[in-house]
Write a protein that binds this ligand. Structure first.
Ligand code: ATP
Length: 224
C-alpha cells in the first residue's frame, strides 16, 4: 500500500486494534482512536466490542446494540472500522484469541498494534496467555501525560527488552512495545449511563446518531 509518511518503505499494512465494551461508544473512544490513527499513520484501526469481558462485569445492553452503536459512530470514518469477531465467539473475549484470529487473516509482514491504556497494560500479567501476546502484535500503550508510570515488577524485564522510544519506529509485524502520550477527554461510559439513567442529557458526549439509537431503543433508562 502507498505510504503517506515517507518513513515506511514497505507494502505492509499497519493495523491498530482497540477493544472495549463500548457500552456505549463515546467521544473519548473516538477522539483517541482518531488521534492514534493519525499519529501512527494506521491503515486501519479496528474497534472490537467485547462479548463477555473477562475482567469486568457484564455490559448493560446487548452485544447487538453495542455493535450497532459503534457502527453508527464510525459511519464514514474510513480508517476506523468495527470488527465484530468477539461477538460471534461463544466464549469469553480473550485478547490472545482475537489476536490469533486477526493474525491468521493478515499478510505475514502486516503490523498489528494492540492499543491499551496504561492501567490495562499494568494489568497484563493477569491476562490469559499474556506472555504470547507479543508474538502476534506490538503493544501501543496510551499514556496520560500526568500518569504515575511505575510499571509493575512483572513487566519490568519485558519493558526493558521490548520498548522502543518512538512509536512511529515500531518495526516488523510484532514484538515491540511503544508509548504514546495522549490527554484523554474526561468522558466515560459509566458517566453516560448514569446521566441517561437519571433522565439527563448525554448530548455531545456521544455522536448524535448514537444518541438517537439510544433513545429509539430505550437504552440505559434503568439504574446502572
Ligand atoms: P466504562 O465507564 O463502562 O468502564 P469506558 O468509558 O472506560 O467504559 P470501555 O469500553 O471500557 O469504555 O473502553 C474501551 C477502551 O477505551 C479502553 O482501552 C479505555 O481505556 C479507552 N477509553 C475509555 N474512555 C476513554 C477516554 N475518555 N479517552 C480515551 N480512551 C478511553
Amino acid at each position: 500500500m502507498a505510504r503517506r509518511d515517507g518513513a515506511r518503505h514497505t507494502d505492509a499494512r499497519r493495523i491498530g486494534v482497540l477493544g472495549g465494551t463500548f457500552d456505549p461508544v463515546h467521544i473519548g473512544h473516538l477522539r483517541s482512536a482518531v488521534e492514534v490513527a493519525e499519529v501512527l499513520l494506521l491503515d486501519e484501526l479496528r474497534l472490537i466490542p467485547s462479548a463477555r469481558p473477562p475482567h469486568r462485569s457484564a455490559p448493560q445492553v446487548s452485544a447487538m446494540d453495542r455493535l450497532a452503536m459503534v457502527e453508527l459512530a464510525l459511519a464514514g470514518a474510513a480508517v476506523l472500522q468495527v470488527d465484530d469477531r468477539e461477538l460471534k465467539r461463544d466464549k469469553p473475549s480473550y485478547s490472545i484469541d482475537t489476536l490469533e484470529s486477526l493474525r491468521a487473516e493478515l499478510a505475514d509482514d502486516d503490523q498489528l498494534l494492540l492499543i491499551l491504556g496504561w492501567d490495562a497494560f499494568c494489568g497484563l500479567p493477569g491476562w490469559q496467555r499474556w506472555d504470547e501476546l507479543l508474538e502476534h502484535c506490538h503493544i501501543l500503550v496510551l499514556q496520560r501525560p500526568d500518569a504515575d508510570s511505575e510499571a509493575p515488577e512483572a513487566l519490568r524485564n519485558l519493558l526493558a527488552a521490548r520498548s522502543v522510544s518512538d512509536p512511529s519506529a515500531l518495526s516488523g509485524p510484532s514484538g515491540q512495545i511503544a508509548f504514546i502520550w495522549q490527554t484523554p477527554l474526561a468522558v466515560s461510559a459509566t458517566q453516560i449511563r448514569a446521566l441517561l439513567a437519571s433522565g439527563k442529557s448525554a448530548r455531545f458526549l456521544v455522536p448524535d446518531a448514537v444518541l438517537a439509537y439510544i433513545h429509539a431503543h430505550g437504552l440505559y433508562r434503568g439504574a446502572n
